[in-house]
Design a protein around this ligand. Structure first.
Ligand SMILES: *Cc1c(COP(=O)(O)O)cnc(C)c1O
Length: 188
């Protein structure tokens, strides 16, 4: 997944022309300015406020940051209103870090079951961002095991700095921004 946040639409078009088809953005408004594009699949990968859920449901092919019941309520409500439901990934706070989004580890199994009961086949898998410090491998392995335990196919894990490690642990999607598009001027 090519993470094109902060990069202009021209950069997305260049990647698309080169054969890249899956893109990630973390802000709904910014994503809406660049997508839809024929042949491109849009994943929303950033923390999602409930008041942006309807907009996200309208434009995303996949919402990869489902992490709380209030957001699930907003997505369900919007999906009924819009008549479309994007694919969904449950974001797991795999390092149990206080400041990170993602469902806490202790609640993850119950939350995943609840989301599958509610959204069925739309729930494709899990997403995580491991702690910035230290070896990410144990966290990637833990998330892969959790996906296995739930019979979920998609494991979105790994970014520019650690995608090889993530692949070795069974990632199906790596989210690569900087290594494809270069450094971002804005920090988001
Ligand atoms: C920005 C971002 C990425 C990409 O990070 P890079 O280090 O630039 O590859 C991946 N995942 C999420 C959730 C992001 O917000």
């Amino acid at each position: 997944m090519a993470v094109s946040k902060t990069h202009p639409k021209e950069a997305v078009l260049a990647a698309l022309a080169a054969g890249q088809t899956v893109f990630g953005e973390n802000r709904v408004q910014e994503a809406d300015e660049k997508f839809p594009l024929p042949g491109a699949k849009l994943h929303l990968i950033g923390g999602l406020q409930t008041n942006k859920a309807a907009h996200a449901v309208r434009i995303a092919d996949s919402i990869d940051s489902l992490d709380r019941v209030k957001l699930a309520d907003a997505i369900e409500h919007a999906a009924q209103a819009e008549g479309r439901l994007p694919e969904l990934l449950v974001q797991v706070n795999i390092g149990d870090e206080a400041q990170k989004s993602g469902v806490p580890l202790t609640e993850a199994d119950a939350f995943i079951r609840a989301m599958r009961a509610r959204f069925g086949e739309a729930v494709k898998g899990l997403m995580c961002i491991p702690p910035a410090e230290g070896d990410p491998l144990p966290y990637f392995k833990r998330m892969a095991a959790m996906a296995d335990a739930h019979g979920l196919a998609v494991r979105s894990m790994g970014m520019s700095a650690d995608f090889e490690v993530a692949i070795s642990a069974g990632a199906t999607h790596v989210r690569v921004g900087t290594a494809i598009f270069g450094h971002r001027n804005v920090q988001i």
